[in-house]
Write a protein that binds this ligand. Structure first.
Ligand SMILES: [Zn+2]
Length: 258
């Protein structure tokens, strides 16, 4: 009996080697759920899959339901996003987008808007120069947290809702466990770290702005990295892991001269 098939528009967020010539693809589907499927022969040099199912690309796939993993039988490239694989700076900035999507999505669990937001972010990063890429990554991560139900509260105290005022050195108490920034009153009973008040302002800007506004804002690399550091702390608390690709960005030195 033939296996049932289905079609899906997907973004490739991870490729894992399987046996000598096959790949397991982790895919973000249009409804925000995760699909995993085998692309047989995709690692062979002449495979037609190789160029259509690259990391960060958008494709239409035809899959056959398998007993454990589905199998990709056809693929049509929709958006290659080749620029994201063309230089190491942009590859390293796009990687946390893919990693967070892979870690927060699940089979059968819809997450409306995540696909469209991710597609727009990747496209914006293609159009941006390398120096603009970290701010787009930061915008994506914050929006993805918000869409998966863990939006950081950065305008008022996450514990009591009262206004927050920065300390004399310009910092704000910040507790991922409490859900965001913390006022001086609540800080007494809370285990909190600190962020710059400016980092909270930039994060709010990224949460409420479109990617074209983010690209136009020309946020500095240092400011974008401070938001990405906030995202890493947030991810550890709410997703249960650090993003390895963000740790790489922080330690690689790739952006030191930007
Ligand atoms: Zn408070």
């Amino acid at each position: 009996m033939a296996h049932p098939t289905y079609t899906a528009r997907v973004i490739v967020v991870r490729k894992t080697k399987l046996r000598e010539s096959d790949l397991i693809l982790t895919l973000l589907a249009e409804d925000g759920s995760q699909l995993r499927a085998v692309a047989k022969g995709a690692r062979k040099p002449k495979s037609s899959f190789a160029s259509r199912l690259e990391l960060f690309s958008v494709a239409d796939v035809l899959c056959a339901k398998g007993r454990s993993l589905d199998v990709v039988s056809e693929a049509r490239l929709v958006e290659g996003n080749a620029a994201l694989r063309g230089d190491i700076e942009r590859t390293s900035a796009a990687a946390p987008i893919a990693e967070l999507v892979e870690r927060t999505t699940q089979a059968g669990l819809e997450c409306p808007n995540l696909f469209a937001m991710t597609q727009t972010a990747l496209r914006a990063m293609c159009d941006s120069d390398a120096a603009g890429a970290p701010s787009i990554a930061a915008g994506h991560l914050l929006k993805a947290f918000a869409m998966t139900g863990v939006r950081p509260v950065l305008s008022e105290c996450a514990a009591c809702g009262n206004p927050v005022t920065p300390l004399p050195d310009g910092s704000l108490a910040f507790s991922p466990r409490e859900g965001g920034v913390i006022c001086s009153h609540c800080r007494v009973h809370t285990e909190a770290g600190y962020i710059d008040a400016q980092t909270a302002e930039w994060s709010n800007f990224l949460l409420r702005s479109t990617f074209s506004d983010i690209a136009c804002a020309r946020m500095g690399v240092r400011e974008a990295f401070s938001v990405l550091d906030l995202c890493q702390r947030w991810c550890l608390e709410h997703v249960g892991c650090r993003l390895r690709s963000l740790s790489f960005m922080f330690t690689s030195g790739l952006y030191e001269s930007k």
